[in-house]
Design a protein around this ligand. Sequence first.
Ligand SMILES: [Zn+2]
Length: 258
Amino acid sequence: MSDTLLRALVALPFGLVLGSFMTVVVARMPAGESVVAPRSRCPRCKAEIRSRDNIPVVSWLLLRGKCRNCGLKISAEYPLTEAVTAALVVGAAAVYESVWVIVLVGLLLSMMPAVALIDLRHRIIPNRLTYPSVLAFSLLVVVARLFGAPVDPLRALMGLAIYGGALFVVAIASRGMGMGDVKLAAVIGVSLGALGLRYVGVAAGAGVLFGGVMGIGALVMGRDRKSAIPFGPSMAAGAVVAAFWGERLAGSYLKLYH
Ligand SMILES: [Zn+2]
């Protein structure tokens, strides 16, 4: 078995569990509810979701998307969020070799679908998600460095300051961007910055590009430009692009100028 395949297989259960946790984050965090307790219940019959019915993706398929107790339809958003989150974590494990980097990038990417969904639905990026993440990722980068992982704490700090700082200026100068976006930029900046600032550059560039495409899409669909399209989903997509193709994209972009 190749090392890449082995890493991907080991990462899969972690990705699924993280994905399952993220569906709870999406459902509860915007309302300020706890993401650890109580256990999930069916919104109609209030039956507690049993462990065997709480296996990511699999349970939804086995139950054919219905509550076991009352038959209420369960949104496909849950298994989809779990599957996409798991795919991102598995992807990180396949692309990177250092366990520390896989944990760092995997955790960052696992948050991105949840951030995008919450921002699309509620127009917020919860502080309860961003603040602990900035702290945890900073700490993780320092500890990883101490264990000899190929991460750079100084560049992580610079990534945080540059991406977070740039969006802070935009948020102050314009109305469209909120402080939630600034904090998300800090999260992405600190974790991708640890791998190299070019990754942060690609994340920001791709984020702006996606934001522009969404803006044009909204205009075409006749939405009022002032009814602000959330920028979080574009930033999240930018981070994913940077994590998987950052090295290559930064390389080919720089080649244009040489
Ligand atoms: Zn039910």
